[in-house]
Design a protein around this ligand. Structure first.
Ligand SMILES: Cc1cc2nc3c(=O)[nH]c(=O)nc-3n(C[C@H](O)[C@H](O)[C@H](O)COP(=O)(O)O)c2cc1C
Length: 187
């Protein structure tokens, strides 16, 4: 049983990655395997609406998307994590969500998996961005466990999020619930 976290921040080792690693640690503590996937530095183009994926489970744009799509398909749980950029997810994560989501949609390929968003910002926009990512999970038929608060945190410079005790506790509890839900669904 495996959980992957896909990180939409272009900043390696930043707050989004710290939050994601913390969540994955909680998941590992329940015995699941985990993997971090950073979109930083990858070549992932936006959707060009060619509609090939309506007929076949593939995308004709030849870039770094499909290997990540395959990892997502193989995992039981998928976490999407993003910093807030102008009140929204990063362009990198949006391109990934649009294309991977549309490839998966016709055959309900991701339905029944477990997942949810993690979001971090300096000051504002976490709730909107959290909701934005939840729309993706909802349409694709994921199960999303709760936590003890929404999975949001505060931080600006790399590492600031370590000071957000409630944010870390929330994503830890979310990770625990992800793992418990995966195990219950598999039982
Ligand atoms: C282009 C850009 C836009 C941003 N927009 C917002 C914003 O709308 N609200 C906010 O509170 N922080 C905003 N921030 C700050 C980041 O969300 C914050 O620094 C976050 O911790 C970055 O996460 P990372 O370390 O994983 O990259 C923005 C940062 C950048 C670079």
């Amino acid at each position: 049983m495996k959980a992957v976290a896909i990180i939409g921040s272009p900043r390696e080792g930043g707050n989004t990655e710290i939050l994601s690693r913390h969540t994955l640690k909680a998941i590992e503590s329940e015995g699941l395997e985990t993997e971090i996937i950073r979109l930083a530095g990858l070549d992932i183009h936006p959707c060009n609406a060619c509609m090939v994926c309506r007929q076949e489970e593939r995308c004709p744009i030849n870039d770094d998307l499909f290997p990540i799509y395959t990892k997502m398909k193989e995992a039981e749980a998928v976490i999407l994590a993003s910093p807030v950029y102008f009140g929204s997810v990063t362009a990198q994560l949006k391109a990934f969500m649009d294309r991977a989501g549309y490839i998966a949609l016709p055959k309900r390929v991701l339905a029944g998996k477990v997942g949810g968003p993690l979001v971090v910002a300096r000051r504002a926009g976490q709730n909107f961005t959290f909701a934005q990512i939840m729309y993706w999970y909802h349409v694709l038929g994921f199960y999303m466990p709760g936590s003890t608060y929404w999975n949001i945190a505060f931080g600006r410079e790399k590492g600031d999020v370590e000071e957000d005790e409630e944010g870390l506790r929330t994503v830890w509890n979310f990770g625990k619930n992800i793992a418990l839900m995966v195990k219950k669904l598999k039982a």
